[in-house]
Design a protein around this ligand. Structure first.
Ligand code: DC
Length: 213
């Protein structure tokens, strides 16, 4: 069986940096499922209908703390990570037909030698057979600060109280929607990383990987 680590959690919980660092370290494939939803939102806002095919033309290059997203030669990182696509992707992700359409694309990331998959329903729906399921959280102010830093690094202006209410609203929507809500699975390992470094959290996860695979 191809080893899978699934990492679910709310926005700003640190899933991104953690998953990317782990995937690079293990030389495993990496699925940022939120990015798939964001690409879907972007492509539908641009009027594309054959979205499943167009998604393949989106290029994602990343490092632990850096990323660039290109589509047909244009850099779309700021649009994809910006507030409009954040809201639209959260809205579209509530539709069952959208979730169905994106399921196979997400599953196709499962290839040798292993996969790190991050999102909201990786452990509960997309890869329920994963033997290492992590539910990652951090307190809201820490999550707002992390997101603010990401946006500042991308050259955007940040209004902290506005950002906090946007994140709270999106958390509420993501956790309370009918289909595949963000929910802690019974067999997942809960990690609050508010005051943990990426390295400390990684250590815990790598121990689980060595034990279970
Ligand atoms: O992780 P993110 O903020 O980039 O995700 C964008 C939106 O996509 C988020 O508001 C909820 C949705 N999403 C989802 O419904 N299921 C996932 N597995 C990942 C993201």
């Amino acid at each position: 069986m191809v080893p899978i680590v699934t990492i679910d959690g709310p926005s700003g919980s640190g899933k991104g940096a953690l998953s990317r660092t782990l995937a690079k370290k293990k030389k495993w494939n990496y699925l940022d499922s939120g990015l798939i939803y964001r690409c879907f939102a972007y492509l539908s806002s641009e009027g594309f209908e054959n979205i499943e095919e167009e998604i393949n033309n989106i290029e994602h290059s990343y490092d632990e703390n850096f990323e660039e997203i290109n589509f047909n030669g244009n850099k779309i990182t700021n649009i994809i990570r910006g507030p409009d696509i954040s809201i639209l992707s959260s809205e579209l992700s509530q539709k069952i037909d959208v979730r169905e359409r994106l399921l196979l694309i997400q599953k196709s990331y499962l290839r040798e030698p292993g996969l790190v998959a991050e999102g909201r329903d990786m452990s509960t729906r997309v890869f329920p057979d994963s033997k290492v399921k992590i539910f990652l959280t951090a307190n809201i102010d820490e999550r707002v600060n992390r997101r603010a830093n990401q946006l500042r690094n991308a050259g955007q202006k940040v209004n902290i109280s506005k950002l906090k209410s946007e994140i709270e609203a999106r958390d509420f929507k993501d956790s309370n929607r009918e289909v595949s809500p963000l929910k802690e699975s019974k067999d997942s390992f809960h990690i609050d990383n508010t005051s943990k470094s990426v390295e400390e959290t990684l250590e815990v996860i790598e121990e689980l990987i060595n034990e279970r695979y």
